[in-house]
Design a protein around this ligand. Structure first.
Ligand code: SAH
Length: 236
């Protein structure tokens, strides 16, 4: 049976997937850590799902690269999946053709806010740029668009960030994928980032309010496309 682990940042993003797949909570990780784990079976697939959990001090969902690194590390170490799926939400640019609720697969995953101008090697290290060959093949079979998934630790966007993001042809901005890709690369495990657009970063509405009003719709679309992906994986 193929072992698949989904790494999902927020419980709101994970909820439709947990419900649709009938996953149950498993408490696999160290109880000192905030991560939450769920498991179940779908067709011939063994599915685990890990979320970042919530912050005990501030009561919000843990988002960003350090909780994503922790969750990915726990998942890869404990569950040894054959494939990691990072399902989540993201921002897109409407003038590059993105619409709210569109779902993309990452063909390459990079950091956009780790600028280390200390020579070519540090610059390349900062950007990350993890190629996702397996994901590109799956996207083609699912007829889903691909994008460059760009990870940073802010929901808003500085002018420098925007200039870097805009250099990429098709781009989705989010806060976890490159951290997960970095961990997966150590375990030599392929990764598929599936990202659903909650906000258009060039719209006149603020990113935070667009995110909040579109999170449920984007999470539903995410669930539908992840199910199509699992159906495909179950046939392979
Ligand atoms: N304001 C929200 C916090 C969302 S943080 C709240 O109070 O619930 C944003 C989360 O969604 C991150 O996990 C990130 O991966 C994703 N995301 C969606 N749109 C984003 C964008 N435009 N920029 C960065 N991350 C985004």
């Amino acid at each position: 049976m193929k072992r698949i682990t989904m790494v999902v940042a927020m419980k709101q993003e994970a909820a439709p997937l947990i419900e649709k797949l009938g996953l149950t909570e498993t408490n696999d990780t160290n109880p000192l850590l905030p991560c939450k784990t769920f498991a179940g079976e779908y067709k011939n697939l063994s599915i685990n799902l890990i979320t970042n959990g919530s912050d005990s001090v501030h009561g919000v969902e843990n988002v960003g690269t350090q909780p994503a690194t922790l969750a990915a590390y726990e998942a890869l170490r404990l569950l040894s999946p054959e494939l990691v799926i990072n399902a989540g939400t993201c921002g897109g640019f409407s003038d590059k053709g993105s619409k709210i609720g569109d779902v993309y697969i990452g063909e390459r995953i990079r950091f956009f806010d780790r600028r280390i101008p200390m020579g070519d090697h540090y610059e390349a290290y900062g950007d990350g740029n993890f190629q996702c060959e397996v994901a590109v093949d799956l996207a083609r079979k699912l007829d889903l668009p691909t994008s460059i998934v760009c990870t940073g630790n802010s929901l808003d966007m500085s002018p420098t960030d925007e200039a870097i993001l805009r250099q990429e042809p098709m781009v989705n901005k989010e806060m976890e994928a490159a951290a997960i890709a970095w961990v997966a690369s150590h375990y030599q495990t392929p990764m598929v980032a599936v990202k659903s657009v909650t906000d258009l970063m060039d719209s006149k509405h603020g990113t935070a309010e667009e995110f909040a009003s579109n999170l449920a719709l984007a999470s539903r679309n995410l669930q539908e496309e992840v199910l199509r992906l699992l159906d495909l994986l179950a046939r392979q």
